[in-house]
Design a protein around this ligand. Structure first.
Ligand code: NAD
Ligand code: UGA
Length: 449
């Protein structure tokens, strides 16, 4: 069997590396229009940082895993074509700011139809897309094909960045949606099942109709984000009442019906998908005439925006209502630890608010380089350092915005000694032992305490 994956991003790269690793007899080619990205996949410095990824790529690349810009050739050779391109929020026209932009997915469908003229192919939606997208893909394939037969499956990806390889190796479930009403649809589903069955037990492989599969992905992300917004809303109440949000989360999470995960209060969730997928759900709900449902989910986003804003405002208020020309050290720019991804990172919003107040932000992140930071913030008032002690030298405050483990073992006495006084620290991740910081002399603030 031969597999092609269109889109060599955070999902396409790791997912295909795992499939190749677990299926040595299958040739897997990951293609992309971005030649620079493909060159990096073929180099010793992969385009994305993900623990464990390098080892899997090293063991498969050049054997049964290939990265290429020869898209048509790979499509032609493949029996199964995964579409794993980006589906960002639309920035123009109808649905701007909410609907998913399916331009890239549609381009892939049109390209497949224009290249493939004979035989049977299975097209797998790996990208996260609105419910009923498969219908559009089917129509494009059908009306543009010259005799080839296509089956469209939905196989959404549930990996989280930073733990992608562990998630792929040991997934809670694999979800495959297809045309369950026809024998051809069921055969296609079984073909995809056989690939995952090489390492995932059958009881964890769920098969459904296409629309359930597409919608489940959006709903899973919405439920996860909703938990974070729920606990973040309570963090504000904790600050007002003297309760401790970590203690509340622990006590609440011990109820087996609720469970302990995704109850960590923070400066706000980020990442390329939570916001985009909920906005998409909101848009779909409105589209189907369900404004109450739309408003219910929209509140998850509103609460997250408020939490990010609240954090920046707390910094300004604590620093005597002005941060103008004050140096603020920002520790962490990635949207979570163990990734170099900064898309929708809370750090971007907090920094923008501080820059608006004319602060000088001095940023340190173990994995995010200057280019990406300047791309997000511009260069005015922004400096980037590859050393946390340098970043915090002569600063009035440190703000922890990503929960990198290495921040826990920094020498805070040394940081304190070289800062302006009073020296403030704002822990947006409740990562540090706040009492120890206070003993050193810091005026320390965290979330929900
Ligand atoms: P990404 O931006 O990292 O990668 C997408 C890649 O597709 C890019 O390299 C881009 O150049 C390429 N591409 C776009 N159009 C193309 C075309 N017509 N032909 C060839 N290549 C093309 O995106 P990502 O983070 O990998 O996300 C991909 C999809 O997976 C999205 O729908 C996202 O919602 C979903 N998803 C992402 C994650 C995650 O953790 N990032 C997890 C689950 C699902
Ligand atoms: C999330 C989902 O967890 C994945 O299942 C999904 O596949 C993916 O989105 C996607 O569709 O893209 P990801 O965004 O990579 O994965 O990372 P998460 O671990 O979910 O974290 C998202 C954000 O929420 C981060 O900013 C994180 O710091 C924050 N978070 C997470 C909290 O603030 N508190 C928590 O308790 C958990």
């Amino acid at each position: 069997m031969n597999i092609c994956c269109i889109g060599a991003g955070y999902v396409g790269g790791p997912t295909m590396a795992m499939i190749a690793h677990k299926n040595p007899s299958i040739e897997v080619t990951v293609v992309d229009i971005n030649a620079e990205r493909i060159a990096k996949w073929n180099s010793s410095e992969l385009p994305i940082f993900e623990p464990g990824l390098n080892e899997v790529v090293q063991s498969t690349r050049g054997k049964n895993l290939f990265f290429s810009t020869e898209i048509d050739e790979a499509i032609l050779r493949a029996d199964i074509i995964f579409v794993s391109v980006n589906t960002p929020t639309k920035t123009y026209g109808v649905g701007a700011g909410r609907a998913a932009d399916l331009k890239f997915v549609e381009l892939c469908a049109r390209r497949i139809a224009s290249v493939v003229h004979t035989g049977k192919k299975i097209i797998v939606e790996k990208s996260t897309i609105p419910v009923r997208t498969a219908e559009s893909i089917k129509k494009i394939l059908k009306t543009n094909s010259n005799g080839a037969e296509f089956q469209v499956l939905s196989n959404p990806e549930f990996l989280a960045e930073g733990t992608a390889m562990a998630d792929l190796e040991n997934p809670d479930r694999i979800l495959i949606g297809g045309d369950v009403a026809t024998p051809e649809g069921n055969t296609a589903i079984e073909t995809l099942v056989s690939i995952y069955e090489k390492w995932v037990t059958r009881d964890r492989i769920i098969t459904t109709n296409l629309w359930s599969s597409e919608l489940s992905k959006l709903v899973a992300n919405a439920f996860l984000a909703q938990r974070i917004s729920s606990i973040n809303s309570i963090s504000a109440l904790c600050e007002a009442t003297g309760a401790d949000v970590d203690e509340v989360a622990f006590a609440v999470g011990r109820d087996s019906r609720i469970g302990p995960k995704f109850l960590k209060a923070s400066v706000g969730f980020g990442g390329s998908c939570f916001q985009k997928d909920i906005l998409n759900l909101v848009y779909l709900s409105e589209h189907f005439g369900l404004p109450e449902v739309a408003e219910y989910w929209n509140q998850v986003i509103k609460m997250n925006d408020w939490q990010k804003k609240r954090f920046g405002q707390k910094i300004v208020r604590s620093l005597f209502n002005t941060v103008s020309d004050k140096k603020i050290a920002i520790f962490g720019f990635a949207f979570k630890k163990d990734t170099n991804d900064t898309r929708e990172s809370a750090a971007i919003y907090v920094c923008r608010d501080l820059l608006e107040e004319q602060a000088q932000v001095s940023i340190y992140d173990p994995q995010v380089g200057e280019e990406r930071i300047v791309e997000a913030l511009g260069s005015s008032g922004v400096s980037v350092s590859d050393d946390p002690y340098e970043a915090a030298k002569d600063a009035h405050a440190i703000a922890i915005l990503t929960e990198w483990d290495e921040f826990k073992s920094l020498d805070f006495q040394r940081l304190y000694d070289n800062m302006m006084k009073p020296a403030f620290i704002f822990d947006g991740r409740n990562l540090l032992a706040i009492n120890k910081l206070r003993k050193i002399g810091f005026e320390a603030h965290c979330i929900g305490k």
